[in-house]
Design a protein around this ligand. Structure first.
Ligand SMILES: [Zn+2]
Length: 116
């Protein structure tokens, strides 16, 4: 899907463009200003090609510099919660009381296994 967005054959709201990366608004942003940085070269994840990962991270750093508080997040592999296998870096602006737990925050579970 991200290759099609880069190629312009899949609609997306492109918020920023660099030479080798774009930033799009995700379909389901978790907060206002949540963006995804996607390298124009296809690599499956952050560990696949250090040079492509560095280009994408530099673009994410550009966006991060615009926020006093934010998370810059990417995942490699299904057990790290990766669901789309084209490298993407989330830039998530943060604010007091926004209620977003980080993915690595241990989740409380009920006796029936549901989330508390
Ligand atoms: Zn791709």
């Amino acid at each position: 899907m991200f290759c099609r967005i880069v190629a312009g054959t899949e609609p997306a709201r492109v918020e920023r463009r660099w030479l080798q990366a774009i930033a799009i608004r995700p379909r389901r942003p978790v907060v206002d200003g949540h963006l995804l940085v996607i390298p124009t070269a296809h690599v499956p994840d952050v560990g696949a090609d250090p040079e492509v990962a560095a280009v994408a991270m530099a673009a994410a750093a550009d966006l991060a510099a615009e926020h006093a508080d934010c998370n810059v997040l990417t995942s490699r592999g299904r057990y790290a919660t990766q669901t789309v296998y084209h490298l993407h870096i989330h830039v998530v602006p943060r604010a007091a009381g926004d209620g977003l737990p980080l993915p690595w925050t241990p989740q409380q579970t009920n006796a029936d296994g549901g989330q508390a």
